[in-house]
Design a protein around this ligand. Structure first.
Ligand code: SF4
Length: 391
């Protein structure tokens, strides 16, 4: 049976200029129509805006603890959100930053009221201070991710802390105490660590600490992050091929995932391979909602076009507002005010301040339209420009 077309199918037709019998305007209309129906299966929650680390590559701006406000609004909103997630594969994700015991209670309660719910945690290892709370709440995670950004030296440099690597490794060592699903690690490539990917993979797979390694580039959403961006991916590319041969597949299972969230990275990959190879790779690509899967010199990549971001997750910020991609790069107070100090309009980042009985589908459809006006249409133009170069 033929499946219904995803927004990504239309995006793919636009990017690769495949003949469909539709004009570009029609394809965009059909893409947005499909996107409106793709209710996210994942709800990501920023339970806390403060963090115990201040990593160099962190997209969050430094923040005081938001516990007082978050604790007042999030428990009811999380319950309401998880009840409304579609049935396929509902996931509640504790996005960074740091975890506190009351977050564990909220996640456990969410799982009690929605037993098919999967619960995931992205952490830096600080969760190990709360193992008792996991036991008391009888909460077992379905997914735990602890980032490791290189060997000890590179990781601590990127994390701006002499203890960060040991904390992350301890978090991975005891991961099975709180997780009965996947244990993963994300490596974020920057100027500080781009030559340490192989060292990280050897330490993590060599010690059997993880099931999967995810590798991504930094999103330089703020000026101070641009300085950390790695413009030349050649050192990374060599290590990519090495570690994929060494650990990429075991018993037919893929264990290393390269994820790209920015179209600019595609141009960088073309620079270390070739434009023709990129074109061929995308010719043979397959799509899933929000994702394009392509293979370049036997290495599989996942690319998530920013123009159709809303289907990725239903993102609840620490103040109970439903917000868009890249909003976490702004201070909460600026987002609430709608303007940044230099007069930049930030209103497009906030979809709505959620109330306990909000309608998730309605809010999501609003997000699709708002994102398109605010950033999506601009990103699509940029994405199409990049694809024109592949020939
Ligand atoms: S641990 Fe994560 S959330 Fe905290 S400062 Fe580092 S990157 Fe940011």
């Amino acid at each position: 049976m033929k499946r219904a077309l995803f927004s990504t199918d239309y995006w793919y037709a636009l990017a690769t200029r495949r003949k469909t019998g539709h004009t570009q305007t029609e394809l965009v209309r059909l893409m947005l129509q499909a996107l409106r129906k793709e209710i996210p299966e994942m709800c990501s929650v920023t339970f806390e805006r403060g963090c115990n680390l201040q990593c160099a590559h962190c997209i969050y701006p430094p923040s005081k603890s938001t516990e007082a406000c978050s604790r007042r609004v999030l428990p009811e909103l999380v319950k309401s959100a998880v009840k409304q997630l579609p049935s396929n594969n509902p996931l509640l994700l504790h996005e960074g930053r740091v975890i506190h015991p009351w977050h564990i209670s909220v996640m456990a309660e969410a799982k009690r009221i929605r037993p098919d719910l999967k619960v995931g945690l992205i952490d830096n290892g600080s969760y190990t201070q709360h193992l008792d709370a996991f036991r008391q709440e009888n909460l077992t995670l379905d997914w735990l991710d602890i980032s490791v950004d290189g060997d000890e030296e590179a990781h601590n440099k990127q994390r701006r802390s002499p203890k960060a690597y040991k904390q992350a490794m301890r978090g991975l060592e005891v991961a099975r105490e709180v997780t009965n699903g996947r244990v993963t690690s994300l490596f974020t490539i920057t100027k500080l660590n781009h030559d340490r990917l192989e060292a990280a993979a050897d330490a993590l797979f060599g010690r059997g600490l993880i099931d999967e390694l995810h590798v991504s580039t930094i999103t330089p959403a703020k000026p101070h992050l641009e300085a950390l961006e790695q413009p030349n991916l050649s050192a990374f590319w060599k290590q990519t091929q090495t570690i994929y041969r060494r650990y990429g597949q075991t018993d037919g299972k893929q264990r290393i995932f390269f994820r790209l969230y920015r179209h600019q990275e595609l141009a960088k990959l073309a620079a270390v391979t070739s434009r023709r190879e990129m074109k061929e790779a995308f010719k043979g690509a397959s799509v899933a909602p929000g994702e394009v899967h392509f293979t370049l010199r036997d290495i599989p990549f996942i690319y998530a076009p920013l123009s159709i971001w809303p289907g990725e997750t239903f993102l609840i910020d620490a103040d109970g507002a439903y917000r868009t991609a890249h909003s976490i790069g702004e201070k909460l107070s600026d987002l609430q005010r709608g303007y940044y100090g230099n007069g930049r309009d930030l209103r497009g980042f906030t979809v709505e301040q959620l109330k306990p009985y909000f309608d998730l589908r309605k809010a999501y459809r609003k997000c699709v339209d708002q994102w398109w006006q605010f950033a999506g249409s601009r990103f699509l133009e940029e994405e199409l420009q990049i694809f024109k170069q592949f020939k």
